[in-house]
Design a protein around this ligand. Structure first.
Ligand code: FE2
Length: 326
């Protein structure tokens, strides 16, 4: 399909230069107030309406907590790539009662305040989120980021619930959605203000230019669960490989490496798949809802890896962003 016509604005030259220099770009007021209220009411609707009686109570864990040493990887998670599913905050449950270890887990709060994230196919199954995602404007942005056949995958609402919204440790998105060579870009849209104290985004400016993919998050051998594995394959996106010495960089992130972004509801942050980023726990009394989806290169010369946790299920593969009906 052809890219969007030039009259649809994507990124200007300064924005493109800033994205390539820093590894991220903030676009203020990307959503209108009307868009925002539509997406927030859809989010509240989803949180209020999901059926907890049949839910496996899967928690979203990232594998860096002593009490939850593994990344989420059960069947409910692994088959969520083409569904809308609900993953709980680990800290939304009562601690297990040692006297009754077989008792079912008990939530400490209402279910709509206990969900960590909703995913991973809002862009195909929720009309409100689909309209915002598969838009001519995003096609124009992807075109200006040099995508040839951009494909959308892994859309989710991240809730960062008040008081318990869990931290997300430093990572690169291409560790999770690996193509060879890496190509992922994240669209991260604040649905509520996000900054200090409520789990705003921390970005390591420029780290994408040296930051190889040195580990990957994959389906475990044998198909059960997930794991991180060391990675020695292509580590940099193709536009970053020129002049590269091929050795990559071993990094040990320090808190001071990360710049905390202070973004407002409706702002868009574009995140390069090789840039290191994280978010802190939400210690505030307010939720911090954000909507994020990812785009990978589906064009010739980029291969989507068969061990990635998220695999395409339909004949068309992941959703095309260039649709030709501008
Ligand atoms: Fe990320």
């Amino acid at each position: 399909m052809p890219p969007p016509p030039l009259e649809i604005p994507g990124l200007d030259g300064l924005q493109r230069a800033s994205f390539h220099k820093n590894g991220y770009l903030v676009i203020p007021n990307y959503l209108s107030q009307e868009n925002l209220s539509t997406l927030l009411s859809e989010t509240h609707h989803l949180l209020n309406e999901f059926d907890i009686s049949t839910h496996p109570l899967t928690r979203f864990t990232t594998g860096d907590s002593p009490s939850d040493p593994e990344h989420v990887g059960d069947d409910y998670f692994l088959t969520s790539g083409d569904k809308i599913r609900f993953f709980f905050e680990p800290d939304a449950f009562q601690p297990p009662d040692p006297a009754h270890p077989n008792n079912p887990p008990t939530l400490t709060r209402a279910k709509h305040l206990a969900i960590n994230k909703i995913g991973h196919s809002l862009h195909t199954l929720s009309p409100a989120f689909s309209d915002i995602t598969l838009s001519p404007r995003n096609a124009a942005i992807a075109h200006d980021l040099n995508f040839r056949d951009p494909r959308v995958l892994q859309s989710m609402i991240i809730c960062k619930q008040p008081g318990i919204g869990a931290a997300v440790p430093p990572h690169k998105d291409s560790e999770f959605l690996y193509t060879d060579p890496p190509s992922a870009v994240g669209w991260w849209i604040a649905l509520q203000d996000a900054g200090k104290g409520n789990g705003g985004l921390g970005m390591w400016k420029g780290s994408h230019r040296r930051g190889y993919v040195k580990r990957r998050f994959v389906r475990a051998e044998g198909g059960e669960g997930t794991e991180f594995i060391p990675w020695e394959g292509t580590g940099l996106a193709s536009e970053l490989q020129e002049g590269d010495d091929g050795k990559g960089e071993v990094y040990t992130p320090r808190d001071e490496d990360f710049e905390l972004l202070d973004v407002k509801a409706g702002d868009l942050v574009l995140i390069h798949g090789n840039v290191l980023h994280k978010s802190e726990r939400n210690t505030s009394g307010q939720s911090r809802f954000a909507y994020t989806f990812h785009v990978i290169e589906g064009g010739k010369g980029w291969e989507y890896d068969g061990r990635n946790w998220l695999q395409p299920t339909g004949e068309e593969g992941f959703t095309k962003l260039f649709k030709g009906d501008y």
